[in-house]
Design a protein around this ligand. Sequence first.
Ligand code: SF4
Ligand code: SF4
Length: 100
Amino acid sequence: MKNKKRKAEKIIFNSEKDMPITPMSLGSMAFNLTGSWRNIRPLIDLNNCLQCGICWKFCPDAAIVIENEFPVIDYDYCKGCGLCAEECPAKCITMEEEVK
Ligand code: SF4
Ligand code: SF4
């Protein structure tokens, strides 16, 4: 019998407005300062930012807020998972080694 493994296709969104509504829990995020877990740090090149909000939507720690239509990272909460950089359609978020 043939192995029928299907390759998952990555879904590309152009804006967080195209994404499905997802529940967001801010309960424990408010008091868990997960920034201390981080060993790599996301840096956003705002000159190339599309203001799409996708990084904000994907961040599992709600560490990104939108201010004046641009994303801003709160490093007290960012755990350095890299999801924002992976999903950014403009590839304007880079992950840099944390200097402690
Ligand atoms: S790396 Fe990006 S997605 Fe991950 S916690 Fe930090 S800001 Fe959020
Ligand atoms: S940093 Fe990337 S994902 Fe975030 S708003 Fe800008 S273009 Fe979109």
